[in-house]
Design a protein around this ligand. Structure first.
Ligand code: CTP
Ligand code: MG
Length: 225
């Protein structure tokens, strides 16, 4: 079974409000992107990793990567465009599965990724890491309209794992029909595919705002890998 990973790393990180894109901020002597790539690269089943970077990127070339295991493609306007470009690049290599993982999630644990891979392969179905919502969730604008029952609410994490051809077609259809695509699963759902929820650790956060950096530093300092 041939498995590739795609890492969308072409965003500008506007919510981080830092001088450089957040994936290039340094935590414990390594950039966030390097932490992410190191973890993905230590997953046994992953044969190749394709990183989508911005045309304006002046940082990626400073990262040392084994050329046989990594490739790079240009990202696009939205995250889904970046993923689509990588899928297009990988098409000829006939991977059986592709995992898409945010550059901005360096805290993902190898165990969780391997569990996702095992589940998707054994059920022959796409799936995502997700964690059950812990907070009480309100719907509203300036005041509360309602409390949303949370027993079946999940936070979508990454990696998200699919058959590359199915994801490619789903992203095409979603774009053509103007669907709101914020992750790979939403494109697959829009195309009518069933997507498995695979419970993962809730500390697999997406580094988004400045306060996330403090948490990420804590976790990266105190975790084994
Ligand atoms: N991403 C990408 N191409 C884009 C937009 C985002 O590859 N056109 C990547 C980001 O680099 C990040 C991941 O998708 O690794 C998740 O996106 P997000 O956390 O939203 O990052 P940014 O879009 O960079 O941040 P912001 O939304 O705050 O601007
Ligand atoms: Mg974004």
């Amino acid at each position: 079974i041939k498995i590739a990973a795609i890492v969308p790393a072409a965003g500008i990180g506007s919510r981080m409000q830092s001088a450089i894109p957040k994936q290039y901020l340094t935590i414990n002597h390594k950039t966030i992107l390097e932490h992410t790539l190191t973890r993905l690269a230590s997953v046994k089943g992953i044969d190749h990793i394709c990183v989508a970077i911005s045309p304006d990127d002046i940082w990626f070339s400073n990262i040392q990567l084994e050329p046989t295991r990594f490739s790079q493609v240009l990202g696009g306007k939205e995250r889904a465009d970046s993923v689509f470009n990588a899928l297009t690049y990988l098409k000829e290599q006939a991977f059986d599965w592709v995992l898409v993982h945010d550059a901005a999630r360096p805290l993902v644990q190898v165990d969780d990724i391997e569990h996702l891979i095992t589940q998707c392969i054994s059920h022959n179905q796409g799936g995502i890491l997700a964690s059950k919502v812990k907070d009480t969730i309100k719907r509203g604008d300036t005041s509360i309209k309602e409390t949303v029952p949370r027993d079946d609410l999940w936070q979508a994490l990454t990696p998200q794992m699919f058959k590359p051809d199915e994801l490619y077609q789903a992203l095409l259809l979603g774009a053509k029909q103007g669907a709101v695509i914020t992750d790979e699963a939403s494109a697959m759902e829009f195309s009518g595919h069933a997507v498995m929820l695979v419970a993962g650790r809730s500390d697999n956060i997406k580094i988004t705002t400045p306060e996330d950096l403090t948490l990420a530093e804590f976790y990266l300092t105190n975790s084994k890998d």
